[in-house]
Design a protein around this ligand. Structure first.
Ligand code: BGC
Length: 761
């Protein structure tokens, strides 16, 4: 755990330059706008440890993963989010000495992420080898108003000298992924041009043939006026284009480079128009200028914060933590493009391939449902609808038939791109989360039409999968599900994972309800779905009902707990307290074999089911299971604590809830898991939001109404948040005296506070 980020309500602040934490800060101070993202790398050259990272949404590379122990059904590739061309570069040399923070004395170093306005500020004073001191300040943002524009204001002020300087301002597609095998490069040059004041490179990804055109233009001002240069040289080499400018720097006079970048991808433009369109975007950016662009960008952020801010009184560290999570989520997914999704690392690193996991449906959806227009969450569902044909193909590869759909564990375009048999073939509970998300969306928004339009088809595909995946046990006289991995990945290939069996039958029930709904809602639409999916209604629904009636769920009646899987009680039942500190984290200290045999749990499993389906269980059952499983849980997935906060809050375990909340809220800011340098835990940030709203705030949606059962953690005075709900905006403030609610917009409504109906208007 680290503790170098200064606490502040709206800003993330690092003071003093410590190269050892540079890569962590590069992740933390990342900026993005839903279309692209940029780690907090330096504009100038840096020969120290760094993970350079620019990312463009939807652009990936299918890395080959064929291995000797190949198993039929494995996908052909593992998708990698691609480190995209560098648009931020501004190299500075003064009297032929390179400005490189690894090679000079650095003082007054500050990095600030201003979350309210969405920009990164960095400043420092560097002393070069010959004693020249120069002050640098750079401000940059990825425009939330124009998704293809990035802008930098880079200021240079000589403190004790006047000298000649050389600036190299460029775009560079000669970049490499950290996780590339054998340092293979994934980009090929397609086109480049450079002229005075402008440079453009179009690069193409190998195999996937995405084109990304990265262009830049700039202006330079000296002491507030357009600067004059001695010379501008055009610099071009493979995949690289830029300008090299020689100019005079005068003591105490500020020289400012305004660099505007345009990043366009063939996902959004015809390939043959990319360069032309890039030029128009560059012209637009430079004619508006930095201040105007920034004003437009900031306006979007102000609006976003109005929708999604949470304020916490009495705990600055908690306030900073929650805003940081909201900030990162908001700049990762804006919801205006249904082809995009939320990678576990967002645009802040390469790990997890930047692809889509069940994290989106199980953890992220509630955040977007409650903090943005309905369309944003809807687009996340439509994304999976569009992938349905691929999910059916994916299931077919594994031997399933007749339209059964298995959504991938990890995907970019609907195809599975993860190959570990115990995950790819067995961690099938993900399919249930996709069905659950449809339910969650409809419950929250009341948009039942979604079932008719898209939802039912997906539910039919998933239900068909469950119906084929279970088998009848003659011995038990019940249906069972063998060879699965539950959410707790510290168990593989188990039989009858309670959570998976539970979500499977729940899906079947929900699909039956959806069939009834769509039939009544629009009989023609229903007929079309029957035709399209070739649904044999009578036969298939009868089978689903039979499975619902006769499913086996492992449990121990004596202790009153559901069993994570068959045989769980045969393990040596220890608790986390029995572990030595040097054993933690288990996934770094123990062999996989030892982990699998132990009782220790990576993340909510049975408890995930109790969280999703809490209304089906009484409080005592939830308590017994929580008391049994939580003490064995090591929370080594960042997705784990939030579910426990929500359940602990429900059970009145306030202390436990807060303790777990702290693990999620500042997970990356304080580098709890020692892995922030790889990128931020974007999907679990939504879990932090849920911890506050569903945990402390006790928010649930039942019968089309918002229900609250709130409390204030002892460490806080009060907290407030806003919720978008069915065309209304509701402001909620929770203090130790109770709850204040205000309808900020929309028609009057009823809410339920601690089981009492309250009208708000
Ligand atoms: C978790 C999964 C999750 C994945 C990506 C893993 O460590 O166990 O549940 O989907 O990370 O966040």
């Amino acid at each position: 755990m680290k503790n170098y980020i200064k606490h502040h309500e709206w800003n993330i602040i690092e003071e003093g330059f410590d190269p050892h934490v540079n890569q962590i800060s590069e992740s933390i101070f990342s900026i993005g706008n839903g279309r692209m993202g940029q780690r907090a790398n330096f504009e100038e050259e840096y020969s120290g440890e760094t993970l350079r990272g620019s990312y463009v949404a939807g652009v990936y590379y299918p890395d080959k993963t064929r291995v000797g122990w190949w198993k039929n059904g494995y996908p052909e590739y593992f998708a990698k989010v691609l480190n995209a061309p560098n648009w931020i570069g501004i190299h500075v040399s003064i009297d032929n000495q390179k400005l490189d923070l690894a090679k000079c004395k650095v003082e007054e170093f500050r990095r600030i992420l201003n979350m309210r306005s969405g920009y990164l500020l960095r400043s420092f004073v560097a002393t070069l080898g010959d004693g020249k001191k120069v002050k640098i300040e750079s401000k940059r943002f990825c425009s939330m108003a124009h998704g293809e524009i990035g802008a930098i204001r880079y200021s240079i002020t000589p403190i004790n000298f006047t000298a000649k300087a050389t600036l190299s301002i460029y775009v560079d597609a000669d970049v490499v992924n950290k996780d590339s095998n054998y340092d293979e490069k994934f980009w090929e040059e397609v086109y480049k041009e450079a002229s005075e004041g402008r440079a453009i490179v179009t690069a193409q990804t190998k195999k996937t043939f995405f084109h990304v055109t990265t262009g830049m233009t700039y202006t330079i001002e000296s002491a507030g006026k357009k600067a004059t240069f001695d010379r501008v040289n055009i610099e071009q080499r493979e995949k690289f284009a830029g300008n090299v400018i020689q100019l005079d720097l005068e003591q105490d006079k500020e020289t400012v480079v305004y660099k505007y970048a345009a990043i366009l991808s063939s996902e959004n433009h015809p390939k043959d128009k990319l360069v032309e369109n890039c030029k128009s975007v560059l012209d637009e950016a430079s004619s508006k200028g930095f201040d105007k662009l920034f004003e437009e960008h900031e306006k979007v952020w102000f609006h976003k914060w109005e929708e999604c801010d949470i304020t916490i009184e009495g705990d600055v560290a908690a306030q900073q933590g929650i805003r940081f999570n909201i900030f990162q989520l908001t700049q990762t997914y804006t919801g205006d493009d249904e082809r995009l999704n939320i990678g576990p690392k967002g645009f802040t690193g390469e790990k997890y391939g930047g692809s889509t996991y069940w994290d989106t449906e199980a953890y992220c959806l509630p955040f977007y449902l409650a903090t943005a227009e309905q369309q944003v969450a809807r687009n996340l569902l439509v994304y999976r609808y569009k992938h349905l044909p691929k999910a059916i193909e994916n299931a077919a590869k594994l031997g399933f038939t007749e339209g059964a759909a298995l959504y991938p564990m990890v995907t970019m375009n609907g195809e599975e791109c993860h190959n570990e048999w115990e995950i790819t073939f067995e961690e099938i509970h993900r399919n249930g989360a996709i069905a659950y998300a449809i339910f969650d969306y409809v419950r929250y928004t009341g948009d039942e039409k979604y079932l008719t339009e898209y939802g039912l088809e997906v539910l039919i595909g998933i239900s068909r999968f469950w119906a084929q995946r279970v088998n009848w046990s003659a011995r038990k006289n019940q249906y069972v599900m063998l060879g699965v991995t539950g959410p707790n990945e510290y168990e593989n290939n188990v039989n009858n994972n309670w959570y998976t069996n539970t979500i499977a039958t729940w899906t079947l029930k929900y699909t039956l309800e959806a069939v009834d709904f769509v039939k009544k809602d629009d009989s023609q639409a229903y007929q079309n779905i029957v035709k399209k999916t070739k649904l044999k209604e009578e036969e298939e629904t009868a089978k689903w009902r039979d499975i619902i009636d006769k499913m086996y769920y492992p449990e121990d009646k004596h202790q009153g707990v559901f069993l994570q899987q068959d045989g769980f009680l045969d393990k040596e039942l220890l608790t986390v307290k029995d572990l030595r500190p040097e054993d933690r984290p288990l996934n770094q200290k123990w062999s996989w074999d030892r982990i699998l045999r132990s009782c220790f749990i990576k993340q909510a499993d049975v408890l995930q089911g109790l969280y999703f389906f809490e209304d089906n269980f009484d409080q005592e059952t939830i308590r017994k299971n929580f008391d049994f499983y939580e003490p064995m849980t090591v929370h080594e997935s960042s997705l784990s604590p939030c579910v426990h906060v929500i359940l602990a809050s429900k059970l009145g375990y306030k202390q436990k809830a807060y303790e777990l909340y702290l693990r999620t809220a500042r997970l990356d800011l304080d580098d709890y898991n020692n892995d922030t340098e790889d990128g931020l835990h974007i999907t679990s940030m939504a879990g932090t939001w849920m911890s506050v709203i569903k945990g402390f705030g006790g928010l649930r949606v039942k019968d089309g109404r918002l229900h609250f059962n709130p409390y204030v953690p002892d460490q806080w005075k009060s907290y407030s948040f806003r919720l978008e709900f069915r065309g209304r905006v509701v402001k909620v403030k929770i203090t130790t005296d109770g709850i204040e609610t205000k309808l900020e917009s929309g028609s009057p409504m009823e809410i339920v506070v601690k089981d009492e109906v309250v009208k708000i208007s």
